[in-house]
Write a protein that binds this ligand. Structure first.
Ligand code: ASP
Ligand code: MG
Length: 414
């Protein structure tokens, strides 16, 4: 049975890390593997800078691209001999971006974004495939655009599961396959991306379609923690987490995996292991059916939130038809709500403060409503909170809004 491995950018951020991944994979040589890579290191962020400059028609686009090229060259030069065909492959990928940059930006920012940013994963997988081949780990490189069919919601493409299942089951034939995370393709052959950090989701899609035995996400942390160890000294490793808890924790901002990853795995009860590529012998966290950690409170922080309070101009009550109007404006602007609360005369929503979406959202709301915004907030989620954990947590927070359910306490604070 197939195992699906996913290696994120941090696991291949430099030559030494790449060699480490090579050593890990050699230990699994006997297994049937589908291996998914993100872009190397912070390359996705670097490519986002290229896009930002390009859409503003700023000459910095070329400079920003230069940085990405130099970064990859430095790695390649250390990794593979100058005569290796990979150098041409990599050059050609950069030429693809240069072609885009020569054209006027498209009307659709998200479309341009996907065409440029997706190259990060093509680069990383080509380099990894060549390197692994070189060290004797035979593998076949697959273009994720031949595997993952999506709609044309650029930057957040939706999977066509039926076609994707067919494509995947007909294409994965070799013992070790390497492909890109984060990337899909429309029926018209345009490249799409699945949303930042979407490579985890790619791993889940492949596992689902192949009825894989398990998924392993290799990370620079020991596994899923009950809090971000950078923020909480007493953060502890969760050895076992249920699918439902993992979904909740990821949705509210636990950065350990993309929130969409769990649903497909839960449907087929495929366990997901999160392991450290620095300590590959440690067990890490296993996410599966039928376990519980309701005795350990988890703390999650989601930053860069904006609280938008919506009311009627004449302080009328917020009634059903207003609600439906508000929600359709949210849907039109593709803004998801992290938390909401209403009073008689106002309705408040907490959303990610995305520069490309929120200004338009607010403008659309202002056509019908009075709108107040409060920026630079964080959303704190405490799952399985206890009286003590709440007290310890709240003492230094300036709370703007609070909401409790049986298992979860949420706060918006500055
Ligand atoms: N490279 C993409 C990103 O950094 C996808 C991923 O890493 O999962 O968002
Ligand atoms: Mg990444």
């Amino acid at each position: 049975m197939i195992k699906v491995f996913k290696f994120g950018g941090a696991s291949i951020k430099d030559v030494q890390s790449i060699r480490n991944v090579g050593e890990i994979l050699q230990k699994y040589d006997a297994d049937s593997l589908v291996i998914i890579f993100s872009a190397i290191g912070k390359v996705t962020n670097m490519l986002e800078e290229v896009v930002e400059a390009y859409v503003l028609q700023n000459e910095k686009a070329v400079l920003a691209l230069r940085k990405v090229k130099d970064f990859h060259s430095a790695i390649l030069n250390d990794l593979l001999a100058e005569t290796h065909p990979i150098y041409d492959v990599v050059n050609n990928l950069f030429v693809e971006i240069e072609w885009v940059l020569e054209e006027e930006p498209n009307q659709d920012y998200a479309y341009d974004y996907d065409q440029i940013v997706s190259i990060g994963e093509f680069l990383s997988t080509q380099i990894m495939s060549a390197y692994l081949q070189q060290i004797g780990f035979k593998n076949s490189w697959q273009d994720a655009r031949n595997l993952i069919r999506t709609d044309n919601t650029y930057r957040n493409a939706k999977i066509d599961w039926e076609i994707t299942t067919d494509l995947i089951s007909n294409s994965i034939k070799e013992k070790h396959t390497i492909t890109q995370g984060f990337i899909g393709c429309t029926s018209e052959n345009f490249t799409t991306t699945l949303g930042r950090e979407g490579s985890d989701f790619t791993a889940a899609i492949l596992a689902y379609c192949l009825d894989a035995k398990e998924v392993v996400i290799w990370k620079d942390v020991p596994g899923m923690m009950n809090a971000d160890p950078k923020v909480f000294e007493q953060a502890q490793l969760l050895n076992q987490v249920s699918f439902d808890d993992a979904i909740e924790l990821a949705f509210f901002g636990a950065k350990v995996m993309h929130p969409k990853t769990i649903q497909p795995l839960k449907k087929k009860t495929i366990p997901l292991q999160i392991k450290s590529f620095l300590h590959p012998l440690n067990e890490g966290t296993i996410i599966k059916e039928g376990v519980s950690n309701a005795n350990i409170p988890s703390f999650i922080v989601k930053e860069n939130q904006i609280l938008i309070s919506i009311s009627e101009v004449n302080l009328a009550f917020i009634v059903e038809n207003h609600m439906s109007q508000i929600f359709s404006i949210l849907a039109k602007n593709r803004v998801g709500v992290n938390l909401m609360q209403n009073s008689a005369i106002s309705f408040s929503i907490c959303v990610d403060n995305d520069n490309h979406k929120i200004p338009q959202l607010i403008e659309d709301l202002k056509v019908f409503f009075e709108v107040l915004c409060d920026k630079n907030l964080s959303l704190f989620t405490l799952r399985y909170y206890t009286k003590e954990s709440v007290e310890q947590f709240l003492h230094d927070k300036n709370v703007v809004l609070e909401q409790r359910s049986r298992n979860t306490l949420q706060l918006i604070a500055r």
